[in-house]
Ligand binder design. Structure first.
Ligand code: EPZ
Length: 420
């Protein structure tokens, strides 16, 4: 298994191009199952999660061609030959469950593994299934699989989500595009990735309105057609490089970023004495003076994104003073705290609240990536630490960051991959 070896270095400087958004491209690839016509998706990063999604789509019988250099993928889900998900691929990636809505809508049946929990929480799919049942489907759960079917076409319905779940909003929205009648999703998630999926569905001929608000209205259609779509930039990768600039006291320019998706991150960085400036080339991030501590509470969009929480804990660990971070979205998303403590961080956890006393500097150590964003947070801490750091289990990081070590090296970081 590979590991990253990181030597602390001077402040990061230079420009970095932000890749396509993992959490937008995964539902969009699943949405290609809604039509028999060919779809072209652009700005697709060759992440391991994207490779898993390709395996899944091909397992259903779709034809997929992926120009990894040009980051363009073509998917043609003409006549699928299986409604059974590739169990191994589906088991590796929770987002595989996003194929349920499209297959149920188009083929009125699907058999797919129940996504397991992961490090950050149990992550049930009860809200997805509640929506499918309201649209007229039946379900059977056994042996870790869920079978969904509908004797006739799905019927539009009002669905109220107990929690503004991103995945449930996406799955129900996709299923509703081919249902008969109108579906209203209330208390819907409003993340930018929801809007990007809705944009793609509209290009396919779907009638979707209200995405980006808490109420989404879908008027079902008989069929959808193929479309061409360019995926939005990844706001969490962008936020990761913003924190990398902040933690090293550097000056970095983000290219191909949508600033409006980063408002909560920009606002929180400003509280920490980190400046951002919109230029013609992109978004510039630089620090003026000492990092200040922060009070941070993760919330569904437009609140502060839970995916940025670990990265800001790395920042708080070296911000002089007391920071308080509250994680309201996932029940177990502080696993990075134990690894940061090994680097000298002073962090106390009480249920969903973390109190961090900033220290002058962290020290390098051998640490382990426990999940995708936790791994990224350890890289950032290592960049600003005293002494070398080794990070193992970096497969977590590669799920969501495309060529992160090359991008950081281009900014002046001393990071290399080694076989461990
Ligand atoms: C998406 O996960 C993202 N993944 C996550 O990004 C992100 O952290 C999360 O949204 C929140 O923004 C993708 O888009 C592929 P949720 P998702 O459904 O859809 C509970 C990353 O690092 N819940 O909004 O699974 C759930 O347990 C990943 O890129 C139910 O109770 O998130 C959690 O506590 C991590 N029942 C909360 O809602 C359900 O049926 C938020 O989950 C569904 C969710």
């Amino acid at each position: 298994m590979d590991k990253f070896v990181i030597k602390p270095d001077d402040a990061l400087h230079g420009s970095v191009v932000v890749s396509g958004a993992k959490n937008a491209v995964l539902p969009i690839l699943a949405a290609c199952l809604l039509t028999e016509e060919s779809c072209e998706i652009q700005n697709v990063p060759a992440l391991t999660d994207v490779e898993e999604m390709i395996t899944l789509l091909e397992g259903f019988g779709a034809a997929v061609s992926f120009d990894r250099t040009g980051e363009v993928m073509n998917i043609q889900a003409g006549q699928l030959n299986s409604m059974q998900a590739d169990v191994e691929a589906a088991g590796k990636m929770r987002a595989s469950f996003l194929t349920a809505g499209p297959l149920l809508a188009r083929y009125r049946q699907v058999r797919i593994p129940l996504p397991g929990g992961c490090q950050i929480g149990t992550r049930p799919v009860d809200l997805h299934i509640k929506g499918f049942l309201l649209l007229g489907a039946s379900q059977k759960q056994e042996y870790g699989m869920v079978e969904l079917w509908s004797k006739s076409e799905l019927r539009g319905k009002n669905v109220y989500l107990d929690f503004p779940s991103v995945g449930a909003t996406e799955n129900i929205m996709m299923a509703a595009t081919l249902a008969r009648g109108t579906t209203v999703i209330e208390n819907a998630a409003a993340e930018p990735e929801i809007c990007d999926l809705a944009d793609f569905l509209r290009k396919m001929g779907a009638d979707v309105q209200g995405d980006g608000t808490d109420t989404i209205v879908i008027h079902g259609k008989k069929k959808l057609h193929g479309a061409v779509h360019r995926v939005i930039p990844d706001r969490i990768e962008a936020g990761t490089f913003m924190v990398a600039a902040a933690i090293t006291g550097g000056d970095v320019l983000l290219e191909q970023v949508q600033t409006e998706h980063l408002k909560p991150v920009i606002a929180k960085l400003a509280e920490c004495n980190v400046k951002t400036e919109q230029t013609e080339q992109g978004l510039r991030i630089y620090r003026k003076g000492r990092l200040r501590p922060m009070h941070l509470k993760t919330m569904p969009f437009p609140g502060f994104p839970t995916d940025m929480q670990a990265l800001f804990m790395s920042l708080a660990a070296v911000a002089k003073g007391t920071s308080v971070i509250t994680e309201t979205v996932f029940e177990n998303r502080f696993l990075h705290a134990g690894e940061l403590r090994r680097m000298g961080a002073d962090i106390k956890i009480d249920s969903r609240c973390a109190v961090i006393e900033g220290v002058d500097t962290l020290t390098g150590a051998s640490v382990r990536a426990t999940d995708l964003r936790a791994g990224a947070a350890l890289i950032l801490s290592a960049l600003a630490a005293k002494g070398d750091t080794e990070i193992s289990d970096i497969y977590h990081i590669e799920r969501g960051y495309y060529h992160i070590e090359e991008k950081l090296r281009n900014l002046g970081a001393d990071i290399r991959r080694e076989n461990s």
